[in-house]
Design a protein around this ligand. Structure first.
Ligand code: SF4
Length: 156
């Protein structure tokens, strides 16, 4: 079983109430091969919600208490992001998932890039809070841009 960002399956859980549906992933979900997760919803955040970015580091820095997650209104939402990451890890353990395919650049789900905390649309190298927690527990995390690498048969 593979954890997949719920927004990639067409669930309208993005901060703005939209989604990032990838048809092949939605089909795999219909076949019962993937588990939808939205760390920000699991952390108790509403839809819609102000966009958030990691300020002062990457996801692993947030886990270590060295950086925080703030939203565009200036609120510190770190606690909700940490809670969502923990709940996602719990789901991974419940389903025995060793891999995850999560939405790139999200402050929760990003796996190689994140926004830089300035709310100017600028990206930098880094990973989201949930990605960092999953990786620290041995779960491989890919982005939707690596679909062919993770699921070569389904994407031929
Ligand atoms: Fe999608 Fe992850 Fe953001 Fe939820 S937290 S909307 S699954 S990118």
């Amino acid at each position: 079983m593979i954890l997949v960002s719920a927004c990639l399956l067409g669930i309208n859980c993005k901060y703005n109430g939209g989604n990032n549906r990838v048809p092949v992933l939605a089909e795999l979900c219909r076949q019962g091969k993937v588990i939808p997760v939205c760390p920000e919803m699991l952390g108790g955040l509403p839809i819609p919600r102000p966009p958030a970015e990691i300020r002062g580091g990457s996801g692993s820095d947030v886990l270590a208490g060295k950086a925080k997650v703030v939203n565009r209104e200036g609120d510190d939402v770190t606690a909700a992001f940490l809670r969502g990451a923990e709940e996602t890890l719990t789901l991974a353990r419940l389903f025995g998932a060793k891999k995850a395919l999560l939405k790139e650049s999200s402050p929760s789900c990003g796996s190689s890039t994140i926004y830089d905390g300035t709310f100017t649309g600028t990206k930098k190298a880094g990973e989201g809070v949930t990605t960092a927690l999953l990786r620290s527990h041995g779960i491989e995390v890919f982005s939707e841009k690596e679909l062919k690498k993770l699921l070569p048969e389904e994407t031929q």
